[in-house]
Design a protein around this ligand. Structure first.
Ligand code: GUN
Ligand code: ZN
Length: 467
């Protein structure tokens, strides 16, 4: 691979001086869940704020006027007028190897997996390819303002090493793991219950808790893991407290029927995972489009989280996730947003929210801007049991931040003039906004993306520029 040279916005850059520094701009941060509390009282908005950072953490955040005397002249301040500083976005479901197959036309889930996904993922046996795609993928996430994600690698341990090595270099907090599959996929992508266990265990020992990296045990879904493999995954999870589990649940009607045939003695799809020992805090189930009331209750009771993936569920024709049903106040389920690249069509959480609004509307519900920006920030952190350190701008929280431009295109600039208040501006931001709205992204206090700088040239694994 051709390594990209460091720039001032690279974490490794000698031109970025660590130490105490601050960001100035509008600020938005949630302290409560607007699905459960009064939405207008669930967040703090400061029109002109200062966020002071030291050693990768937020030292304090408050109105500029109150902090300026202590800050001015004593530390560098990056000023972002006409912008809003938020906690970095959190993506609770994404596949990095599928970056190269976004927008594959024409199939629903099971055919799409065989025609495109399993073909693409075989390339990740090559370490050099995995490194190039990992770097491109992480740069795309940061360009979209996403600073933490729950990420599927492939069945190859090399794909996990490549991913975590690049993530370490950026300093990002990533949750990722080797896919487990022991049936119903091409032989080149299969492991066994035993080899999958042993390889995952070695990767956990190498990566879980190394810097900011967190390991996620990743049985792809019940269709490609035998009962023996699901049981081995659960044993691994029990043996390594603090690790995560991620898989897919009830995404597509054809898939749901197939799982019922594969597991005829289980009550429902969620029950397959629950009986195996794979439901609980730090388990993330993607999609859950066709789950029953009983499955939602079981999710709530177990503490498991659901990843809502609207762009993917629309693109693959999977269906409409019932967000407000999942979040029902008498048995709320933890829910985060997922882009589900490459079934999903955008890295941007703003675009993901745009589609989430339409899905909610088709379900006769209304996803307000307060609900939406909570999901993309603190809600995601809550789903991942990281809301004591990520997803908010508060003293002691890790300084993962995104700076959003409220006038990133001529149309947005024009439209914003007709907004009466913050909620209207946020709603326009999530309707018209995309990666162009991200002015800067900070990871553990370091600038890792700056829109004003030239993007890095992309290179294939063999060093060639794209055709
Ligand atoms: N179900 C099993 N594997 C996958 C995958 O890679 N993407 C999606 N969207 N669903 C899946
Ligand atoms: Zn997925």
């Amino acid at each position: 691979m051709t390594p990209c040279p460091p720039t001032a916005s690279d974490p490794a850059s000698p031109r970025f001086a660590a130490g105490r520094h601050a960001l100035r701009g509008g600020m938005l941060s949630f302290h409560a869940d607007p699905f459960l509390a009064e939405p207008a009282e669930s967040f703090v908005h400061l029109p002109d704020a200062l966020v002071v950072i030291e050693d990768g953490k937020i030292l304090e955040a408050g109105p500029y006027d109150g902090l300026r005397a202590r800050v001015e002249g004593s530390m560098p301040v990056a000023h972002y007028p006409d912008a809003l500083i938020l906690p970095g976005f959190i993506d609770t479901h994404i596949h990095y190897p599928q970056t190269q197959m976004i927008g594959a036309c024409g199939e629903q889930l099971l055919e799409w997996l065989h025609k495109y996904t399993f073909v693409t993922e075989q390339q990740f046996a090559h370490r050099a390819h995995a490194e190039v795609v990992s770097e491109l993928f992480l740069r795309e996430l940061l360009r979209a303002g996403t600073t933490t994600a729950a990420v599927y690698c492939t069945v190859h341990p090399e794909s996990v090493d490549a991913f975590f090595e690049v993530s370490e270099r950026f300093g990002t907090c990533m949750i990722a793991g080797k896919v487990l599959m022991d049936r119903n996929a091409p032989p080149a992508l299969l492991d066994t219950a035993e080899s999958g266990y042993a390889q995952s265990k070695a990767l956990i020992e190498k990566w879980h808790g190394k810097g900011r990296q967190l390991y996620c045990i990743t049985p792809r879904f019940a269709g490609t893991s035998s009962e023996a493999q699901l049981a081995a995954a659960a044993r691994l999870w029990r043996e390594h407290p603090g690790t995560y589990v991620q898989t897919h649940l009830s995404e597509n009607l054809g898939e749901v029927d197939w799982i019922a045939e594969l597991f005829p003695h289980h009550d429902d799809y969620f029950n397959v995972y629950q009986r195996a020992g794979l439901a609980g805090p730090r388990a993330i189930f993607a999609h859950a489009v066709h789950v029953s009331e009983g499955e939602l209750c079981a999710c709530h009771r177990s503490g498991a989280a659901l990843a809502h993936c609207p762009t993917s569920n629309l693109f693959l024709g999977s269906g409409l996730f019932r967000l407000f049903d999942a979040k029902r106040a008498d048995r709320p389920v933890r829910v985060g947003l997922g882009t589900d690249i490459g079934g999903g069509t955008a890295f941007s959480q703003l675009q993901t929210l745009n589609e989430a609004y339409k899905v909610a509307a088709l379900n006769q519900t209304r996803l307000t801007a307060a609900h939406a920006f909570y999901l993309a920030t603190r809600g995601g952190a809550h789903a991942l049991y990281l809301d004591d350190r990520l997803g908010a701008i508060e003293a002691g929280y890790e300084a993962d931040l995104v700076v959003l431009d409220l006038k990133s295109t001529p149309l947005m600039d024009f439209r914003m003039r007709y907004c009466a208040d913050l909620m209207e501006r946020l709603f326009v931001l999530m309707t018209l906004g995309d990666d162009r709205a991200v002015r800067a992204t900070y990871v553990a206090g370091r600038p890792v993306y700056d829109r004003a700088r030239q993007p890095q040239p992309f290179r294939h694994a063999d060093g060639a520029a794209p055709a």
